[in-house]
Design a protein around this ligand. Structure first.
Ligand code: FEO
Length: 171
């Protein structure tokens, strides 16, 4: 059982996670069109990761006897600038999402909603990993700068990212 206020807040976060998935899919298309298939693959895998964030929260609302409310998803931009700018925007977005998750946790603590705190702890940990994964790409991109050879090497690395494994329910 979750409160109406928590149900509404979680539904809002489901929408934000959908937007994240949507934005990374748009970034995947953009990277493909600028000739970076490895970057495109990384973003495609990130899209899949976000889809798992959506369904984990969606399932939790249902498991708690709540009502899912799927809202309109905002349209993401079509263009994202240089490869470095793509990843800087990704980092900025993940930091924004981390802030949203922390606000949800504040609400769960205020409401003494222990079950939702447990759910959100998974997302708190996940956000640390998300930001770290993005930083791992931003750093070498800053190092190579405009060097095309360096960029191609990073592209080959990003091509190796594999699909995420779905989190177990309740973990
Ligand atoms: Fe679902 Fe990338 O945060």
């Amino acid at each position: 059982m979750i409160s109406e206020k928590m149900q509404e807040a979680l539904n809002e976060q489901v929408n934000k996670e959908f937007y994240s998935a949507y934005m990374y899919l748009a970034m995947s298309a953009y990277c493909d069109t600028i000739g970076l298939p490895g970057f495109s693959n990384w973003m495609r895998m990130q899209y899949e990761e976000e889809s798992l964030h959506v369904t984990k929260m969606f399932d939790y609302i249902l498991d708690q006897g709540g009502q899912v409310h799927l809202k309109v998803i905002e349209e993401p931009p079509k263009e994202y600038g240089t490869p470095l700018e793509v990843f800087e925007k990704t980092l900025e977005h993940e930091q924004y999402v981390t802030g949203l998750i922390h606000k949800l946790m504040d609400l769960a603590i205020d409401e003494r909603d222990y079950a939702t705190q447990t759910l959100l702890q998974w997302y708190v940990t996940e956000q640390v990993e998300e930001e770290s994964n993005v930083n791992d790409v931003v750093a070498p991109l800053r190092m190579v700068g405009e060097d095309k050879g360096g960029l191609m090497m990073i592209d080959q690395q990003l091509a190796l990212r594999i699909p995420p494994v779905a989190p177990a329910a309740g973990n």
